[in-house]
Design a protein around this ligand. Structure first.
Ligand code: HEM
Length: 226
């Protein structure tokens, strides 16, 4: 007999689906700010080996000089991003769900096993709870990154009023650099996350929307419908 099994909690789904478009807007508006003045490059002294966005990029897209627009969007959505993130962390702590999310001692060895298995190598999957070891590490890291984006963002938003925070992060220039690289890391995360979602299949994606998955009835399964 098939039954419906609760997979993703209502609160988790709300926090996730609010975060997804907001994070996308934070990245897009942040890039509008960056494109109005883009100092980062790879080089030695005066020699530049690689500039992140070369001139032809701006000639083709006309995407630069949108600082005011980028800042207006960024500082509006920063509030929603921050409140949603803080509410999510509070929820996971109060509900005790953090226990299923935080990496354990064995998570790093197990995550390696999961990666090898996902790469198609003949390695058995370690026992899966609600979240496997790789997911525990990735999802906890992304929460920490969110907190760091907030802190580095505040440090460059109010460097005079929050001078202690800016100093703690290495000064204004460093805080800005950290803020930028966190953004690049989100892009890396997106790539891996979307790949994992596609790999996990349609049923998993559907349950991230409606909360339930169809499973075979076993005595251990929590059933909600026949
Ligand atoms: C995940 C969320 C966020 C992302 C992806 C993000 C991304 C970015 C990026 C790419 C830039 C341009 C960096 C540069 O030009 O070097 C930027 C600038 C900035 N961000 Fe964020 N940010 C986020 C959250 C926040 C938060 C929560 C605040 C808090 C107020 C904030 C405040 C700022 C400020 C003040 C600037 C610089 C504006 C300026 O140059 O005048 N950001 N952000």
């Amino acid at each position: 007999m098939k039954v419906l099994e609760e997979k993703h909690k209502l609160a988790t789904r709300w926090f996730h689906w609010i975060n997804f478009p907001i994070l996308t807007l934070m990245i897009a508006s942040g890039m509008l700010i960056y494109w109005s003045y883009d100092p980062y490059r790879i080089g030695l002294g005066d020699i530049t080996l690689f500039h992140f966005f070369p001139d032809w990029f701006y000639d083709a897209t006309h995407i630069d000089h949108k600082l005011a627009y980028g800042m207006a969007l960024h500082f509006l959505f920063a509030w929603i991003f921050s409140f949603n993130g803080l509410a999510y962390v509070t929820y996971t702590v109060v509900s005790g769900e953090w226990r299923e999310l935080a990496p354990e001692k064995k998570s790093f060895a197990e995550a390696l096993q999961v990666v090898k298995h996902d790469m198609g190598l003949k390695v058995p999957l370690p026992p899966q709870g609600r979240y496997n070891a790789a997911q525990r590490i990735t999802y906890s890291a992304i929460v920490v990154m969110g907190g760091l984006s907030l802190l580095t963002g505040l440090a460059i938003y109010k460097p005079a009023q929050l001078s202690w925070l800016t100093a703690l992060l290495g000064g204004y220039e460093w805080a800005r650099w950290e803020h930028f690289w966190l953004t690049m890391s989100y892009l890396g995360f997106f790539g891996i996350h979307i790949g994992q979602v596609i790999r996990a299949g349609w049923a998993n994606f559907r349950s991230m929307i409606c909360g339930y998955d169809v499973a075979d009835a076993t005595p251990e399964v929590k059933t909600h419908a026949g």
